[in-house]
Design a binder for this molecule. Structure first.
Ligand SMILES: [Fe+2]
Length: 294
């Protein structure tokens, strides 16, 4: 349960976008997953998602089938209801950064489950005061039988972290996909605003995430995908990958379906911020998106 020494979270070498394998049959509904653990999303507030990592039925390892880990609880009430309905006991809360729409539900969750671990960036202990375990870049956790790597990804805020769960190999009923909880650093088709960092910092953070395997599922905290793709399509109307994804997203949203999770491979292909070749190009896109009123 305790993080090990830093330095073990070096990302793999980047794969070129051309290698991105598109999985067009990938379901985009809540509560999906396979194998020993799965991730569910709970839509809250106007456009936030709270994520829950939990055992996949009887396939949960370490006796963790009835336990859960909550990521960025913006609010408590719908999260408590969701967990109680499924008779899941949360053992930990992971925070990506200090903004209220990511930590606002934690005090109430702690009142309901006082034994909860609250894990967040040690560098933000003053702005996330309820944390029981401070973490930093390169730390490793183990929760519900899953290894969890802590990656520092500054830019949106100065102490923003992401949590990466490497894929689990093994017998079919024990396999799990790679998962990334990236808060407001990377969005589907977009990225967070530069509130406390430089373009260089956030571009570097996105480059680190781009080095993850293309199949890694991206669980970002907001449903901004349609606006992001509308903007990207406006800038690059002849880009076939962006056009294709924009049409898919319109269909998903018209049906009331979430566009999350995305995948690193999809972001390689269609995310102008991740595709940026340098921090200057990234900064131009960030400025464009910040001032776009499409
Ligand atoms: Fe934020």
């Amino acid at each position: 349960m305790h993080p090990s020494a830093p330095g073990s979270a070096t990302p793999q070498a980047a794969s070129p976008p051309a290698r991105a394998a598109r999985d067009s049959d990938r379901p985009l509904t809540a509560g999906i997953g396979s194998g020993a653990s799965e991730v569910s999303l709970i839509p809250v507030l106007e456009d936030n998602y709270v994520f829950v990592l939990h055992g996949a039925g009887s396939g949960g390892s370490d006796g963790a089938a009835d336990q859960a880990v909550v990521v960025d609880p913006a609010v408590a009430e719908p999260v408590i209801a969701w967990l109680e309905q499924r008779q899941l006991e949360p053992i930990a809360v992971l925070h990506t950064h200090h903004h209220h729409d990511h930590i606002g539900g934690t005090p109430e969750l702690l009142r309901r489950w006082p034994q909860l671990q609250v894990i967040a960036a040690a560098a933000d202990h003053q702005r996330i005061p309820l944390q029981t375990q401070g973490v930093g870049d390169g730390d490793r956790l183990n929760l519900l039988g899953r290894a969890i790597e802590v990656w520092s990804v500054p830019g949106h805020t100065r102490a923003h972290v992401a949590y990466y769960l490497p894929p689990v190999d093994g017998p079919l009923d024990q396999q799990s996909q790679g998962e990334l909880f990236c808060g407001d650093t990377l969005f589907a088709g977009g990225c967070g605003r530069l509130l406390e960092g430089s373009p260089e910092q956030l571009w570097q953070s996105l480059q680190r995430l781009a080095a993850l395997p293309g199949a890694t599922r991206v669980w970002c905290s907001h449903e901004y995908t349609e606006a992001n793709l509308r903007w990207a399509h406006h800038l690059h109307p002849d880009d076939q990958a962006i056009h294709r994804r924009f049409q898919e997203v319109l269909t998903q949203r018209a049906a009331g379906r979430p566009t999350i999770p995305s995948s690193i491979g999809e972001e390689w292909l269609t995310n102008l911020f991740m595709r940026s070749r340098d921090a200057m190009e990234f900064a131009r896109y960030r400025h464009s998106k910040d001032h776009w009123r499409g």
